[in-house]
Design a protein around this ligand. Structure first.
Ligand SMILES: *Cc1c(COP(=O)(O)O)cnc(C)c1O
Length: 410
């Protein structure tokens, strides 16, 4: 019998635990919250790590008289701990976990109605573009994609029926940086929520709610879990009405994560701040070396002073992140040779894990973006995207050098 006071404590007490941690010490660091947010010792056994509760149903003392849980889709103690932890990291009030980042995004878009319009950043994750283009559009919800580096374009794209603004910063794969506070101001003027996809930055480097965003969305598959072994998503907001509606949609639409995956992400989160420091340190080093390489045309990294988004990144991020993209001089064949020669960087989609990855956006992650859009965005045949992992910097650079060598031989 799983039901005992300890689980009630973990779950029912989650909000209170986070609140008590945060209110006891208002300035509690994100390093501490990553380990303790939403979690405390299980009182019966003293288990320090949150138990994985697999039970799909929970016994009730009498009909309708339960201890905060009735059915596994509607609520689960392990999931509650994860949701409270992510909410604490983003400085939010309501946290919701999903079976994938796409599941989380689909829930947010179901806040809308047919006839509504969304203003969206132009350089979004390929799957995000696909949801807008192939799922929401046929249901009568239209989106306009704009380059938000010029905020006036956001204002110009607003219509009477614009009901949401959506941005991803830094963007994928061009690492464009959009001014969250400035766009939040415009969304507020229109009286609509601003959604920020914070997957690339993580709350360690950027906290959109503090900058005026209404909703933060994550693919926890990436940095938050950090070990490339669980697909998941999350939403955080401070708005009670939106939080309640999203909680309803989470249960009604059912894209919930398994308790085991929740445990994996909780476990990954504990080292998130430490991992991010090393991702950033290595990415800074590699970006600087790439800038000086004769076979590199351009490097896209918000930590470089030459990056167009450098000033905004300085303003709204504590560090520029672990993602780099660059234009390799030459043709598609040279890009293929480069990627094939790598031994430490795996040629693979996804990002944010402890292991380094390299990929070709035009062929891989952004194949669902129409060719003309890709060209306009700068997703050219020579564009390579790196997710800089936690291996030794020197080994990573040697691996990239082997790639350049192979590209030159083509
Ligand atoms: C991966 C990703 C998503 C989608 O998340 P899934 O977990 O793959 O469904 C959304 N946004 C960004 C920025 C991503 O990198």
């Amino acid at each position: 019998m799983l039901m005992n006071p300890s689980y009630v404590d973990i779950a029912g007490g989650v909000g209170r635990v986070v609140m008590s941690l945060m209110s006891a010490k208002p300035g509690l660091s994100i390093d501490t919250l990553a380990i303790h947010g939403g979690q405390h010792h299980e009182p019966i056994t003293g288990a320090v790590m949150p138990p994985i509760v697999l039970s799909t149903t929970f016994a009730q003392d009498g009909p309708g008289n339960h201890k905060g849980f009735d059915y596994g889709r509607s609520g689960n103690p392990t999931r509650n701990a994860l949701e409270a932890c992510i909410a604490s990291l983003e400085g939010g009030k309501h946290g919701l976990a999903y079976s994938s980042g796409c599941g989380a995004m689909t829930n947010i878009l179901h806040l809308l109605r047919p006839g509504d319009h969304v203003v969206c950043g132009d350089d979004v994750y390929g799957g995000t573009f696909r949801i807008f283009d192939k799922v929401m559009k046929p249901m009568g919800i239209e989106a306009t994609f704009v380059d938000m580096t010029d905020v006036s374009r956001v204002e110009k794209a607003m219509r009477a029926n614009t009901k949401m603004v959506w941005m991803e910063t830094p963007s994928n794969p061009m690492l464009k940086v959009f001014d969250i506070a400035a766009v939040a101001e415009l969304a507020k003027k229109q009286g609509v929520p601003l959604v920020v996809d914070n997957t690339f930055a993580t709350p360690v480097l950027q906290r959109p709610l503090d900058l005026g965003a209404t909703i933060v969305v994550h693919s926890t598959t990436k940095y938050l879990n950090g070990h490339s072994d669980a697909v998941g998503g999350a939403i955080v907001t401070r708005d009670d009405a939106l939080g309640e509606r999203l909680r309803f949609l989470q249960n009604a639409m059912g894209a919930v994560p398994s308790p085991f995956d929740c445990y994996l992400v909780l476990r990954g989160l504990k080292t998130l701040p430490v991992r991010m420091r090393q991702h950033v340190a290595s990415a800074r080093t590699l970006a600087a070396k790439l800038v000086g390489h004769p076979q590199v045309e351009r490097v896209h990294y918000p930590g470089l002073e030459s990056h167009p988004g450098y000033a905004v990144a300085q303003k709204q991020m504590s560090a520029p992140g672990g993602m780099i993209s660059f234009d390799l001089r030459g043709s598609l064949d040279q890009s293929r040779a480069f990627l094939k020669a790598l031994r430490i960087f795996a040629c693979a989609e996804s990002l944010g894990g402890v292991e380094s990855l390299a990929e070709h956006p035009a062929i891989m992650t952004h194949a669902s973006v129409p060719p003309e859009n890709r060209k306009a965005l700068g997703i050219v045949d020579g564009l390579i995207r790196l997710s800089v992992g936690l291996e030794a910097e020197a080994d990573l650079w040697a691996d990239l050098e082997a790639g350049f060598h192979a590209a030159k031989a083509v």
